[in-house]
Design a protein around this ligand. Structure first.
Ligand code: IMP
Length: 196
């Protein structure tokens, strides 16, 4: 049985979401940022899977403990899956706030029903000796015709969820975090951790 798992992310929002979703497991969940030193993995993989595995393995090697790492991206069908693994830097390095503008421009004139997309999260769990367990979470939606809503982050204002008739940014954080790609992947990760 696992006694402790290290969350291999330096993003505090992710830490909170991961902790909430892993709640109820009888193990210690420790963010790597609670240590003075932790690995700074370069996310240079060409797929979400490669990046998640690299982050989980780097942390497992560094701490010699069980680790969990994730990588997410927005895959737009009209753009053949772009921005995908490059979602964070779609409009260029350090241009987080222009990503939505760039996406809306790329889809200018594309009708609503053809703006289908999905958010995908891949989670890699690594054992101390770097054996990997992979899970995936997805949520399907539509790229809105304009930005709507103020909650959340990243592409939330342009990701419209048909079941709720709202963008992610118009949903409460609690609802978003219960249906999101990350939540789905984390629930699967929880089942794996339970079984180890
Ligand atoms: P990460 O790998 O989880 O850091 O995600 C990479 C990028 O995908 C982020 O910088 C965001 O631009 C985008 N992204 C991932 N998850 C979400 C989400 O839940 N809402 C909005 N954008 C997201």
């Amino acid at each position: 049985m696992i006694e402790e798992i290290i969350l291999a992310t330096s993003n505090n929002h992710k830490v909170e979401e991961m902790k909430k979703n892993l709640n109820g497991l009888e193990i210690k969940v420790t963010p790597m940022t609670s240590f003075c030193k932790y690995p700074q993995t370069e996310e240079d993989g060409k797929t979400l899977e490669k990046n998640a595995i690299k982050k989980a393995k780097d942390a497992a090697k560094f701490f010699n403990k069980w680790t969990l790492a994730d990588d997410s991206g927005l895959e737009v069908d009209w753009l053949n899956g772009e921005p995908g693994v490059y979602s964070a830097r779609y409009a260029g390095e350090n241009c987080l706030y222009d990503n939505n503008k760039k996406l809306l421009l790329a889809l200018k004139g594309v009708p609503f029903e053809k703006r289908t997309a999905k958010f995908r999260t891949v989670i890699a769990i690594s054992s101390p000796n770097r054996e990997i367990y992979l899970v995936e979470g997805k949520i399907y939606g539509i790229i809105a015709l304009q930005s709507l809503g103020n909650n959340g982050f990243g592409y939330d204002p342009v990701f419209y969820v048909p079941e709720y008739k709202k963008t992610f940014a118009e949903l409460s954080i609690d609802i978003k975090n219960s249906i999101s790609h990350r939540a789905v992947a984390l629930q699967k990760a929880k089942e794996i951790i339970k079984s180890l």
